[in-house]
Design a protein around this ligand. Structure first.
Ligand SMILES: [Zn+2]
Length: 469
């Protein structure tokens, strides 16, 4: 059996054109591997259809542009050039004639290329969307491999990198100016606002990414801050930035809150691990804001001190140490910073008596951890509530979910493979793409940029679960 594929083009005038055969498919005996189109035939068919379709669209457009819109006389041809245009179904070379402008409008430029005007960008928005979404979920190399295997186009890692970063920069350009405070109006104005819906909980945390500085393989690490804004019955919204690169962190957080429908009379809780940069970020966002040191991070530190203290506990002098750490945890749980610091100071006093003694193996390490913990509690004392009470009333105390945000937004894409190194700018841009994708906002953004871009089903906006965690 032979199957020929032709395209019929119907013009508005009622005229019809048949293309020559776009494909000719031959089949013999029915085998599972020859039933229907093969991947190669599918790619070939799509590429050829795309070419036919675009060639006819372009020809019709050029035809229409041939006459002066003012007086109707025919433009004379200056020269014939071409434009190369990338689509998911192939990179096409399009005829792009240049015409002399009509004499009836002397102020116009001498010549013009209608197609170059109609197509200011040389990649279709649909393809640009794919080139931004997929690298935000997996490596540039893997994305290029998959695109090359399933679509009739050859794309290199570097093109993919260049195009996706351009999209990230476009996103960045849309972000408004930074402000020191985002609180506007006064008590009276806030009271007039409509009754807010459910409270918002924002978790903020930091993670580290391997730095790349030219060929320097020992460039170290830099910090990225990520967060998630959560609200009942709404999609969570993530944000992220490179601390030493971003100049609009507060604006970024504020816009994230706005996308959650945040208003100034709304209850909002910030949970964070209390680092200095994070603390500054969350201030002056809302008059109703509550700032809480994340219980999850507090307990993590206590647990790690407990591990260290196990070896010390075999010595008579330190047999109570685990017990003391338990008391610290208990005091903290009830928000008693005063007693916590007192127990810590007692502990440090005991430790310091023996610190130089070689007999107590890891004592210096333990002492360092205790000192750091004391500083941590002291610096964050204003962020320590009565966790027990909060927990009792069902209020948020922990950001185990933020820990997973670091994993979701940063680690999964940017850290897991040790050889992955990033420039600050590259990492920052990647975070913008990735949070947009994970927030299910990338497609909507493209449709805002290119209103003619067709809406497609839910599935195109979705993110495979396996690529998120
Ligand atoms: Zn004219």
């Amino acid at each position: 059996m032979k199957m020929k594929v032709q395209i019929i083009i119907e013009y508005e005038t009622g005229e019809e054109t048949f293309t020559h055969d776009v494909a000719c498919l031959t089949r013999g005996d029915l085998l599972p591997e020859t039933l229907g189109l093969t991947l190669a035939e599918g790619k070939d068919l799509l590429a050829k259809m795309q070419k036919e379709m675009i060639d006819h669209q372009v020809a019709e457009y050029i035809q229409q542009s041939q006459h002066c819109s003012n007086c109707g006389s025919k433009h004379s041809l200056k020269d014939a050039k071409y434009i190369s245009f990338r689509t998911p179904f192939g990179k096409l070379k399009l005829d792009s004639p240049r015409f002399y402008s009509c004499n009836c409008q002397p102020r116009l430029k001498k010549s013009f290329s209608p197609l170059a005007v109609a197509l200011p960008e040389r990649t279709s928005p649909e393809f640009l969307y794919l080139e931004s979404k997929w690298p935000s979920l997996m490596s540039f190399g893997l994305t290029a491999d998959i695109i090359n295997e399933i679509l009739p186009i050859d794309i290199s890692k570097s093109t993919l990198h260049y195009n996706s970063m351009k999209v990230a920069e476009r996103l960045e350009d849309e972000l408004d100016e930074e402000q020191w405070t985002f609180i506007e109006g006064c008590e009276r104005d806030w009271e007039k606002l409509p009754k807010p819906d459910s409270p918002i909980t924002v978790g903020i945390d930091g993670g580290f990414v391997h730095a790349r500085e030219g060929d320097n393989r020992k460039a170290g690490w830099f910090e990225v801050i990520v967060g998630k804004s959560m609200k009942e019955e709404k999609d969570s919204k993530r944000f992220g930035f490179v601390k030493t690169y971003d100049e609009k962190s507060k604006r970024r957080l504020f816009e994230t809150l706005k996308s959650q429908g945040f208003q100034f009379n709304q209850q909002i809780t910030f949970l964070s691990d209390g680092g200095e940069s994070v603390r500054d970020l969350q201030l002056y966002m809302s008059p109703q804001a509550e700032h809480v040191l994340d219980w999850f991070h507090v307990t993590m530190r206590i647990t790690s001190m407990k591990q260290m203290s196990k070896r010390l506990a075999s010595h008579e002098e330190f047999k109570n140490i685990e017990n003391k750490l338990e008391r610290i945890k208990w005091f903290l749980w009830h928000g008693n910073v005063f007693k916590t610091l007192k127990v810590l100071d007692d502990m440090l006093f005991d430790i310091e008596c023996f610190e130089d003694d070689l007999e107590y193996g890891n004592l210096p390490k333990f002492a360092k951890a205790v000192r750091e913990f004391r500083g941590y509690i002291y610096n964050n004392k204003e962020l320590i509530p009565n966790y027990g009470d909060r927990h009792h009333y069902g209020e948020a105390i922990s950001t185990a979910f933020v820990e997973s945000t670091v994993n979701e937004v940063v680690s999964r894409r940017m850290v897991k493979k040790q050889q992955m190194r990033w420039s600050r700018k590259g990492a920052h841009n990647m975070l913008q793409l990735r949070t947009k994708t994970l927030n299910h906002e990338l497609r909507d953004t493209f449709q805002r940029w290119y209103p003619g871009m067709m809406t497609s089903g839910e599935e195109i906006n979705s993110v495979p679960q396996a690529l998120m965690n």
